[in-house]
Design a protein around this ligand. Structure first.
Ligand code: F6P
Length: 349
């Protein structure tokens, strides 16, 4: 009997809601088209540790609404170790794979692009709550994070109004303030601070004056959304090293909202409180939009493999599911569209 053609799938980088929906869609579509699907465990690390499993219809049933990834993930990059790349190629061959589908953010997909150039037949699927992957309007996970952040901001409004306070909510977004912008817009926030618009001395002064003006006008509460990557006087706030050997350039961010909160109290005398959403915004049930996007991307990844269009990444352009060269991702991150920010800005102050 002729052996079935095999394709692999892995999830790399931070987890996000919608990964399981994509794994399900890719696996079920591939099985329908006559492939066998191998799940590589814990991102690229699964090739190094030889950890993998056959994925079937049963394993991928009932997971469309589950957060995280059934495959596990890691921030390990095969370029971090001397033999990493070779181990990926060896593992790929030993498993008898024809192609590999990689669900990743900008970092994981840039690695995929490099490996593709070295001969690995790979397809990318963009996922990250940060929505900072070039070539696609939205990434899997983003809309869920925006919903969670919006719900949190709506709740913070209660205490802000009741206690007449300035409330700051720090949300994720290392290099780009997509979550902050969309959640802030949906909540009607009074200010949104993002990495794309650094807070230099002048901007900080203007910001504090705005808070004082509001107070003088008799508006005695303020909601501010702060992306974790916001730069204050040219610097981001690092809370720990990346924890990933070879990736020291990507330290964990967090705490910038607390620093800004203290400055607000000092400069304006307004009572200020800070909350940080942290990993809550990355976990749990994906919203319907992310499930649908993940499903469409999962199906598209199999179509790309059938057409042998390796080196491509599934993408959303307007309302069309399409694909773009993976290379595009390696070309830096997608920062916030400032026209969208300007819409939110109309309601500031
Ligand atoms: O997945 C991207 C992201 O959510 C960033 O916004 C954040 O800085 C980072 O992950 C933190 O991830 P971890 O602590 O899991 O490395």
């Amino acid at each position: 009997m002729e052996r079935k053609k095999r394709i692999g799938i892995l999830t790399g980088g931070g987890d996000c809601p919608g990964l399981n929906a994509a794994i399900r869609a890719m696996t079920k579509t591939a099985i329908q088209e006559g492939y066998e699907v191998i799940g590589i465990r814990n991102g690229w690390k699964g090739f190094i540790d030889d950890e993998n499993e056959v994925l079937d219809r049963i394993k991928t049933s009932g997971i469309i609404d589950r957060g995280g990834t059934i495959l596990g993930t890691s921030r390990f990059s095969p370029f971090q170790t001397e033999n990493g790349r070779q181990q990926v190629f060896d593992g790929f061959e030993q498993l008898g794979l024809e192609a590999l589908v990689v669900l990743g953010g900008e970092g994981t997909l840039a690695v995929t692009s490099k490996l593709f150039k070295m001969g690995l037949p790979a397809i990318g699927i963009p996922k990250t709550i940060d929505n900072d992957v070039k070539g696609t309007d939205f990434t899997i996970g983003f809309q869920t994070a925006v919903q969670i952040a919006t719900d949190a901001l709506d709740r913070l409004r209660s205490t802000a109004e009741s206690h007449h306070r300035v409330m700051l909510l720090e949300v994720m977004g290392r290099h780009a303030g997509w979550i902050a912008t969309y959640a802030g817009m949906a909540n009607g926030a009074d200010a949104i601070l993002i990495p794309e618009i650094p807070l230099d001395e002048e901007k900080l002064e203007e910001f504090c004056q705005m808070l004082t003006r509001r107070n003088k006008k008799g508006i005695n509460f303020t909601i501010v959304v702060v992306a974790e990557g916001t730069k204050l006087e040219g610097k981001t706030r690092e809370r720990r090293s990346s924890g990933v050997p070879g990736n020291e350039k990507a330290p964990g961010l967090g705490g910038i909202a607390s620093v800004i909160g203290e400055i607000i109290e000092q400069k304006t005398g307004l009572e200020t409180r800070v909350s940080s959403l942290g990993y809550v915004q990355r976990g749990g049930t994906p919203v319907a939009y992310d499930r649908s996007l993940a499903t469409a991307f999962g199906v598209k990844s199999v179509r790309l493999i059938e057409e042998k269009r390796y080196g491509e990444m599934t993408a959303l352009k307007g309302n069309r599911i399409t694909s773009v060269p993976l290379e595009l991702v390696a070309d830096g991150i997608k920062t916030v569209n400032l026209n969208i920010y300007k819409v939110a800005e109309i309601f500031f102050g």
